[in-house]
Unconditional design. Structure first.
Length: 175
């Protein structure tokens, strides 16, 4: 009977050890669960903050783009006015030269006509941001929009990301 009692004590000890191990595993699982919930809450807060920051950056970029477009329009208008004034001045100057009979001498002293710079050509390019947005609405990729509208690749990619964000689609980085 002594052997049977010793064997039962040993079994009781194993059963007690298993119960303690199970209790320890449950406690660890509870601690991990609490930490996981905290991490999920922090992740949600970070997501909301980043989403707000992205909206602010998008609004700022759109505002800057609108100001840039307004400045481009003003510059185009000023260039047109300047060209008109220059043309009127040349007409008046040619009339005076013909009246005075010194047209050849004055013509030799005149500077060469102004050449249009690449920047002016770029300002006259037939593109608009609204045209690019229309193309994005139809599903055209950023590369194609850049080519069609005369935008830089970065500009077109940024517009595509902002357009998708405004439309509520999942925003992914362009490849």
């Amino acid at each position: 009977m002594a052997v049977a009692t010793g064997g039962l004590v040993w079994m009781d000890m194993l059963l007690l050890g298993a119960a303690l191990s199970s209790a320890l595993a449950v406690a660890i699982a509870l601690v991990c669960s609490v930490r996981l919930r905290r991490q999920a809450q922090l992740t949600q807060q970070l997501y909301r903050r980043l989403s707000g920051d992205l909206q602010a950056a998008n609004s700022s970029a759109i505002g800057m783009g609108q100001r840039l477009l307004a400045m481009e329009r003003q510059l185009k208008s000023a260039l047109r006015q300047n060209a008109g004034i220059q043309q009127n001045t040349e007409i008046q100057h040619n009339g005076i030269q013909q009246r005075n009979g010194v047209g050849q001498k004055v013509a030799a002293l005149q500077p060469p006509p102004l050449q249009e710079s690449p920047e002016q050509d770029q300002l006259e390019a037939p593109f608009s941001y609204s045209q690019a947005l229309s193309l994005f609405d139809t599903g055209v990729c950023a590369d194609e929009v850049a080519r069609i509208c005369g935008l830089s690749q970065g500009e077109a990619s940024l517009m595509e990301v902002m357009h998708r964000h405004v439309q509520g689609e999942a925003v992914t980085a362009p490849a």
